[in-house]
Design a protein around this ligand. Sequence first.
Ligand SMILES: [Fe+2]
Ligand SMILES: [Fe+2]
Length: 475
Amino acid sequence: MSMTDASRPLLPPLAGLCSFAEAQRSELSVEECVAWMKRQHYLLVRLHEIFTSRITAEPLFELKSAFSLHAYYCAEHASAFRQRVSELREPPLGLEVIPHDSLKLLCDEVLAAPSHSELVVGIYEVIVPALIESLHQYQQTTNLLADAPSMRVTRFCLLEMQDLVTFGQQAVSSLVDAATRTRLAPWIANLQRAIQSAGGVAGRSLGQPIAMPEPQFSAKPYVFDPVPKRDSRFRDSYNGGVNPEAFLYDDRFSARDKVLMMFYKRLREIDVPEMMASILQQTPVKPWKYYRDMSRQLWDEARHSLLGEVGFVHLGLDWSQIPINFTWSLNLNTQLEPWERHAVLFFIEQGLMPRTGKRFEWEVGQNSGIPLAAVIQDFDWADEVLHAQIGREWYVREFADLNEALGYGDRCWSKVMSHWREYLETGLTRHSNWWPALYQAACDRWKTAPDPAALSFNTTYENTRADLKGISASG
Ligand SMILES: [Fe+2]
Ligand SMILES: [Fe+2]
């Protein structure tokens, strides 16, 4: 470089952002960048919707938890695109406008996929790769210096969309056999035609316009299924034969033994995403931040469940040998309105006494001699503080004060029929006490004799709720 004199150190130019060539691109105006980003934003919002809508009724634990994570990623990236669009002289933002009917059809088709085979193909082989291609194209087209803030947004989005594809490829290869793929070929071709018909995700493809394909799965509009489903590892899902809270809050038992019950409680938390997904699905017309915040909490609860799974792996115990009850999400989703479910969620999370709250669980972990239990509870507690903030913003604000908000949540919970006796009488479960066998197996691993009092623990959910309050005759 002739301009460089020998005394000046040679550093990357343009703040290290890009080359001079990339900083001289002049193809995209602000208006064109905004239009393009809105289309990417639309796909992220619809992907978030698709993931969220399938969490509850998806039986496979790995898909349920991955959908929880992927919904959260999409919510975050949609937020980032919204923010960026708002920086580009755009009010009114028009972020709720459908950018093209064919993109809508694409998303409607995948949303209405009849089983998880079609669903994973549609998400991970069609929509997400199309979004990735569009993000790459954007990066190759826009002025990397003038539009540097958009470049940041697309880079971070790409990073996690690639993670989705990596997960999705493995999911597809184990869920979709050759015969299914052959059967789905015309549908997949139609999805690709929908993208083409929209002029690509960007809407900038040249060439002959093609007609929008006919809807197939979405010919009948999608209906959300609020009934939670579980895979074959989840046995005896109506079992309310053990009340882990009664054990956890009983001074007679050791911290180490309580860790077993805490890991059980964590793993069982997969019922929270199942329930929260129904709130998100059935609560339209909120500010986008509501969906983003609630999706974060939903993913946190799925993560807590995964931490419970890790706890069992850590102790060398097979959790599929014990019932992971699902009646909480089942009963809330089928008996309460979305707002009432939110009230119960807040009450259960924040209505806990200090003695029975997250600090207590962390202390149990600390005293248990199992360092992993302390780490899990430490982060669980931190997440709970975040959830308290989310609850204050989106739930408590609707009430005069915190007490009124808590009281309403308590009343809503009391309204839920536990059906404990009915499940027994109709043969859905025998409410067997699974605790002694699990505890004995753990003691065998620890090479210690069981504590006789702990071994004989036998408190059910028949008359006591998880907060140890009595259940009224009606509930
Ligand atoms: Fe949790
Ligand atoms: Fe929580």
